[in-house]
Design a protein around this ligand. Sequence first.
Ligand code: 5AD
Ligand code: SF4
Length: 511
Amino acid sequence: MNEKQRLESQQVQSPEKNKEKDYSKYFQTVYMPPSLKDARRRGREEIKYHDDFDIDERFKGMGNGRKFYIRTYGCQMNEHDTEVMAGIFMNLGYQPTETVEDADVVLMNTCAIRENAENKVFGELGHLKHLKMEKPDLLLGVCGCMAQQESVVNRILQKHPFVDMIFGTHNIHRLPEILNEAYMSKEMVVEVWSKEGDVIENLPKVRTGNIKAWVNIMYGCDKFCTYCIVPYTRGKERSRRPEDIIQEVRQLAAHGYKEITLLGQNVNAYGKDFEDIDYRFGDLMDDLRKVDIPRVRFTTSHPRDFDDHLIEVLANKGNLVEHIHLPVQSGSSAMLKIMGRKYTREHYLELVRKIKQAIPDVSLSTDIIVGFPNETDEQFEETMSLYREVGFETAYTFIYSAREGTPAAKMKDNVSMEVKKERLQRLNALVNDYSRKAMEAHKGQIVEVLVEGESKNNPEILSGYTRKNKLVNFKGPKSAIGNLVQVKITDAKTWTLNGEMIDVKESVEVI
Ligand code: 5AD
Ligand code: SF4
């Protein structure tokens, strides 16, 4: 159902609905199942900007004396959505809790990118069923990307009827209404808009840390890589206005945050949808370079939209760190074509050459899928050779997972799981090798570390990340937490560095 249909369906609702005892009738009005077909549409709906989010008077105090717990799966975008939902809960009067047992509302903010992400959620629902039986007043909700899929909603309706709420990625701002309906209705509340999406400003947020923060710059994806479910679950590419982003970053800086990560499924497409201004990701980065915050990162970028202006801006460094995550997915042009990536191996290598020329000390990382349908040994070897040629410092590697509704899910596949696993192992060995080499190159160097806290295993040891996102452990005073310090690297492991602190940097000079 899209926005228009939703509004029409609301118009036929009785304004007396709250007084009605006939819940089944009421249930009809809130039941909005997703449709992958609707989600696939692009360009027919106008993007609406809403900057008037407010919690209705009716719902204020709804959470008094109640606690919420949100379990988050998947990417940073989901982590950040959880921060927004936590903000809404707190505004409703709920308090956070650390355990599901203690909670009055449990939400599972889910991920649909691969099948194993979904399996984890269904496994967890099995556990939560027992809790719900012990505590019938508990409200249980499933939200996030899985909720955008028809098959998932149907499976929950049939096999997990104890779930109270299902709502999608476009419905987060409606959490107060959805909770209210769930309290009043005996039926499962399902509200998943399969729409291109809007941009909603002024949503409350409870950030999980006070040193690093995520900032959405755009939502959705229009790339439709043939294996990927994201364009269906997150809607069309739509950018936040630059002034809203810059203001949010300025506020974070004023509150003492030291690092921000700009979020989008494809940040390089930022601004493509603006009709009134010519302002792209390079322009945004250039403006953020002037904001007094020590570090600005971004994730994740698509090679196709990575333009020369952006490279030029990133080369000016300052608070723009010299680490770029640039998912390649495969080193074979034939595979890339079937994946719908819209670039070739040669294009990618040329882009890397340009980036390295402009930023000689750049650290590159990537995402790779092995075992895409019909991938040959030779094609896989091309991925291995591209990895060496680029010299990535690290990578997230995945075995291809068929996602219902995507074009790749319909492709016949002649590669056995055994072969896929063997390829993944070989690739991971290469990734480890290159990571260790990159870490070893740090030995004897002095690096800037943003100290995040005590090391998990030893409270005497502090830990934090370098500009290139390498984890460093070192001895230091607790007063260093939240600051940028200089650390001399003494030892390197595959994934971490050890060092000795040199001095505390009060501020970083921002050009
Ligand atoms: N199977 C395996 N990996 C996938 N990714 C996206 N979709 C799939 C899929 N169907 C990987 C890509 C992407 C990362 C976030 O997840 O590598 O960059
Ligand atoms: Fe998925 Fe491709 Fe969009 Fe990334 S760019 S979210 S892989 S469709």
